[in-house]
Design a protein around this ligand. Structure first.
Ligand SMILES: Cc1cc2nc3c(=O)[nH]c(=O)nc-3n(C[C@H](O)[C@H](O)[C@H](O)COP(=O)(O)OP(=O)(O)OC[C@H]3O[C@@H](n4cnc5c(N)ncnc54)[C@H](O)[C@@H]3O)c2cc1C
Length: 512
């Protein structure tokens, strides 16, 4: 079906007063089915050297650096204001190698340890990107500070997904857990922007103020629908937008940067790439425009999307941190992970089981702050096993083996750190529901366009798509596995590579 047929159906749908979701469905089909040939653009409504699609974390950083490199920059944002998911986030930013805050709290870290750790956190890391991200991590921290982004010289020492105050550093991943602690010397690298609550709004406001001062023009309520390309060589020349109920064309002299976020709100894309995310009780986290439009536009211009089946997932089962001394077991009463792993890593492993329960004794028990359900309490492990309908002797055997080793402060099976080991021998015993599809899980997507280290979008046969760039969750960057995800890697990747991509696009040769 051509874009013209679809446009007709859309016009008919609107005129006929079809329900909004039907129009939205047609919009999705229309979006990026094929790029618009530049020869069919009769007139440009506006133009700039660099056009940014989406004004969240990656978009504002790309815009700011492109403008500071001397480019005329136009940012297009679908919502009524910028910020996107970045402005909703906690704003943990994963940085290390010896930042001011790490040094102030007496933490040692090296670029090499950070590099080894991130390389170990995915099956298919992009080594060139990881190398640059780590080598320039301290510079990225200093740059954020220069812009005025506040970070307190403090660490929140407790094991928690999110500090309840304005402390900066958090052990925000798997650094101290097996097998990572053997591969790289652990250090805390999750830097939260200073605020009692989420830091995202502060981070975005500060960066957006600088972008405005640098001359970035921002047009909100502007939905980018499609790319405009030159037929001969596929050069991206501009974008098609909907503004004031009209379709308009905006020329990009040097490049278009796709920064429109992930696709967790697009059920059709989830069905195609990560159908397990459509299970009951799995909530997408992100802004409502995380519909994958940027990724699809990039693909329509011959870009390749990679790791589209990768995601972040979590079930928040601590704090209280004492629950880490419990054990996570499946429907056969068997452990499946070292419980001192990051909550997202535990969640990914729990997701792979049929059922998952956290078992605690009276000494370590506390109701999970997230409200996970306590489903059984019994005076013996045998009774708890029966209450959970586990095969006879399974949980009893698991606890017997666990306790025998715990007496020696050891966990030879899953290598939980000694700090979190104690025998489960203080009745009554409790089981907390952690099963995927039953307990509340949260998710967002990590797959996106394959880009070079400078943000250039590449085709399946490894050619640059001329004039096209991507950053943030429109690109597949540093975070690319649920089992190795660490809090802070998404905003760090979006802001770091957003900046680099802005500079690359500003330096690109203009087309005529
Ligand atoms: C509650 C919450 C907490 C989080 N906390 C953290 C954290 O602490 N650390 C961390 O690393 N990650 C965190 N994340 C994830 C992280 O915030 C996001 O993955 C990241 O900010 C995405 O940045 P981005 O620049 O790619 O996208 P965004 O910041 O979402 O920006 C994309 C922008 O594009 C716009 N857009 C979309 N489609 C179009 C279109 N067709 N035309 C024009 N504009 C369009 C959107 O409206 C949006 O403004 C959190 C997420 C949530 C929901």
């Amino acid at each position: 079906m051509s874009d013209y047929d679809l446009r007709e159906r859309l016009a008919g749908a609107r005129a006929g007063g079809m329900p909004a979701e039907t129009t939205e469905q047609l919009d999705r089909e229309f979006l990026a089915t094929e790029p618009k040939p530049v020869g069919r653009v009769s007139a440009w409504h506006d133009e700039a050297d660099v056009v940014i699609v989406g004004y969240g974390g990656a978009g504002v950083c790309a815009a700011l650096e492109a403008a500071r490199s001397g480019a005329d920059v136009l940012a297009l944002e679908r919502a009524g204001g910028g910020g996107g998911t970045t402005a909703m986030s906690t704003a943990h930013i994963y940085m290390g190698g010896g930042t001011r805050v790490q040094k102030a709290v007496g933490l040692e870290d090296t670029t090499e340890d950070m590099f080894n750790f991130i390389m170990a956190s995915s099956d298919d890391p992009d080594e060139e990107k990881v190398r640059l991200f780590c080598d320039e991590s301290v510079d990225h921290f200093d740059w954020l500070v220069e812009q005025g982004v506040p970070f307190k010289d403090s660490i929140y020492p407790e094991r928690t997904p999110e500090q309840p105050n304005d402390d900066c550093l958090l052990w925000s991943g798997n650094e101290k857990a097996h097998p990572f602690r053997e591969l790289a010397k652990p250090s805390a690298r999750g830097h939260k922007v200073k605020n009692q609550a989420e830091g995202g709004p502060i981070l975005f406001r500060i960066l957006a103020e600088h972008a405005e001062k640098a001359g970035v023009r921002l047009q909100c309520d502007t939905r980018v629908l499609n790319l405009v390309v030159r037929a001969e060589d596929g050069r991206v020349c501009g974008v098609v937008v909907r503004q004031d109920q009209e379709e308009r064309y905006i020329r990009a002299r040097r490049g278009v940067i796709l920064c429109a976020g992930g696709f967790v709100m697009n059920r059709e894309m989830l069905r195609n790439h990560i159908p397990s995310m459509l299970e009951e009780n799995v909530s997408p986290v992100g802004n409502m425009y995380d519909d994958g439009a940027g990724i699809r536009m990039g693909m329509s211009a011959r870009g390749t999307a990679i790791h589209m089946d990768e995601y972040f997932v979590t079930v928040v089962w601590y704090p209280p941190s004492s629950l880490t001394k419990g054990i996570l077991v499946n429907e056969y009463g068997q452990r499946f992970i070292n419980e001192d792993s990051y909550h997202g890593r535990c969640a990914e492993h729990a997701k792979r089981q049929g059922r998952a329960f956290l078992i605690a004794d009276n000494e370590i028990f506390g109701y999970p702050e997230s409200g996970l359900e306590l489903i059984a309490t019994e005076d013996s492990i045998a009774d708890l096993e029966a209450a959970l309908n586990l095969p006879t002797q399974t949980l009893q055997n698991t606890v017997a083996v666990y306790n025998a080793n715990a007496e020696k402060g050891e966990d030879p099976v899953f290598h939980k750190h000694a700090d979190w080991i104690k025998p489960l021998d203080s009745p009554p015993y409790a089981a907390i529901e952690c099963s995927y599809g039953i307990a509340p899980y949260l998710t967002f997507t990590l797959g996106g366009l394959r880009t070079r280290v400078g943000g250039e979008v590449v085709t399946e046969d490894d050619q640059d798509v001329p004039g096209l760039y991507a950053a943030g969750r429109n690109a597949c960057g540093i975070p690319r596995s649920s089992w190795g995800y660490c809090s802070g890697t998404s905003v760090a990747d979006a802001t770091f590579f957003g900046r680099i991509t802005g500079r690359s696009a500003a330096a690109n040769e203009p087309w005529s």
